[in-house]
Design a protein around this ligand. Structure first.
Ligand code: PMP
Length: 456
């Protein structure tokens, strides 16, 4: 028996989604928990989607959803942007893998450089996880130091160096399968704690690099103080450490040049994924020539240093290169980034108006084209429409009632909206005023359903 057995919300969800239920039953015999990404795990089962267009997607039962998952953040231009689709079709027709260099990778790197001035050199990888892994290796080799400074609750992929510290193990202890030798070389600091940051640098002369999500943990679920980011730049430079901006989510989304351009901060290295490959698999590490030169055969040999090796079957895959180039070109030449941010601001305001009408002291907040829900576990006296997340401690912002949000998410789906598990998400340039109004209506209806179940 699960806790949802008598829920009318769950019954309504099951009734609308028999096709997903049947596929989920099959998947349960194939995949751990029946899913292929932790973020897609949902009780009683997740949606099976068969088609997507613009800001919308349709499940196998034909139900339409306003999509705020946005390809895990990859789809700033929405699903099936015509320029991206056409570029991919052309690339596919020429072949999917040449086992050789190709012109598309040059165009792709230039499209990044056009937007990101710090990208003196670029190296393509297949995922953001690989990009941060390479960034750390480059930084450690370049500085001859071993320790990495990270910020608690910032996510940088799932490799061993980044496996804990974002949703658990905030004390720096290793997660299952990770050896202590790795976590011993990590210093975790609280975001926005400038004194703690200074103390960490003062206490440790082995810091090779600091890495951060530049607008705060989980795309600003914990909003960052820009002064903290500037201080981190100053301290890394003063202490001979590199600054790695993990722009996997923020790249091309916060501004066409990413968070770094928005802040006016030049990092030594950046990691990009998601939008950089236009909705296909692909990622990159980019930054200072002298640092990326550690991957260069001739430069390493001339310096008498061992080159850092970097193979990777799908590095700069031609189809991903075509999709990425097309997407970055649209971003450079249109107001797509600003449009997504403006619609997100309208959505946050509309959702907060619904909360206020409902007399709930929760709040939607966020920056740029993202939104997050604060469920106010400490019962603070807040007003949704004037809520300032900067005044709330990180632990409270992250502390959300899982079962309640699980049910709210199902209710939102029953009402035609797909958010992430925390009832947040990202917008694309294709979301419209109508999508904002429909999402607000879906929230109103979902809160009513929760009330009927005595949940709020
Ligand atoms: N860094 C950040 C900030 C991310 O949000 C993610 C993925 N959500 C990653 C790194 C890892 O990227 P990938 O999923 O492509 O490995």
């Amino acid at each position: 028996m699960n806790a949802f057995t008598n829920s009318r919300i769950v019954a309504a969800y099951r009734e609308r989604t028999p096709g997903s239920a049947s596929l989920a039953a099959e998947a349960a015999r194939l995949f751990p928990s029946g899913v292929t990404h932790d973020g897609r795990y949902l009780d009683p089962y997740g949606l099976y989607v068969s088609r997507a267009q613009g800001p919308h997607k349709w499940d196998v039962d034909g139900n339409r959803y306003i999509d705020f998952f946005g390809g895990h953040g990859a789809l700033l231009l929405g699903h099936q942007h015509p320029a991206v689709t056409e570029a991919v079709a052309t690339a596919m027709a020429a072949g999917t893998h040449f086992g050789a260099s190709h012109q598309g990778e040059i165009t792709w790197a230039k499209a990044i450089q056009r937007l990101v001035p710090s990208a003196e050199r670029v190296r393509f990888t297949s995922s953001g996880t690989e990009a941060t892994l390479m960034a750390l290796r480059l930084a450690r080799a370049f500085t001859g130091r071993q320790t990495i400074l990270r910020l608690r609750a910032h996510f940088h992929g799932w490799h061993d160096h980044m496996a804990g510290g974002y949703s658990n193990h905030f004390d720096g202890t290793p997660t299952p399968g990770v050896i202590p030798g790795i976590t011993d070389k990590t210093v975790l600091v609280d975001q926005n704690d400038i004194a703690g940051l200074r103390a960490a640098f003062a206490a440790n002369n082995d810091i090779a690099a600091a890495i951060l999500e530049p607008t705060g943990g989980t795309f600003g679920q914990i909003p960052i103080d820009p002064d903290f980011v500037h201080e981190l730049r100053r301290l890394t430079e003063a202490n001979g450490a590199l600054l790695i901006m993990d722009e996997v989510v923020t790249g091309f989304r916060v501004s066409p040049g990413g968070a770094q351009v928005a802040y006016g901060i030049r990092p030594d290295l950046s990691s990009f994924a998601k939008i950089v490959a236009g909705g296909l698999p692909g990622a990159a590490v980019a930054g200072r020539k002298d640092v990326l030169d550690q991957l260069d055969f001739a430069v390493s040999a001339a310096a008498g240093k061992e080159k850092i090796q970097h193979p990777g079957t799908f590095n700069a895959n031609p189809v991903s290169a075509a999709a990425g180039t097309a997407a970055l070109t649209v971003i450079a030449e249109t107001d797509a980034t600003d449009r997504a941010s403006a619609t997100a601001a309208a959505l946050r305001a509309a959702l907060n108006a619904v909360l206020e009408d409902a007399g709930l002291s929760w709040a939607f907040y966020g920056t740029y084209s993202g939104f997050h829900l604060f469920t106010n576990p400490g019962k603070r006296a807040i007003r949704p429409t004037s809520f300032d997340a900067m005044t709330i401690p990180a632990a409270e912002l992250k502390d959300s009632p899982k079962a309640l949000l699980g049910r709210l998410r199902l209710a939102m789906m029953v009402n035609g909206v797909d958010t992430n598990g925390r009832i947040g998400g990202v917008l694309s340039a294709t979301h419209t005023e109508q999508d904002v109004a429909d999402t607000a209506a879906a929230l109103r209806e979902s809160l009513k359903m929760l009330r009927q179940e005595g949940e709020v």
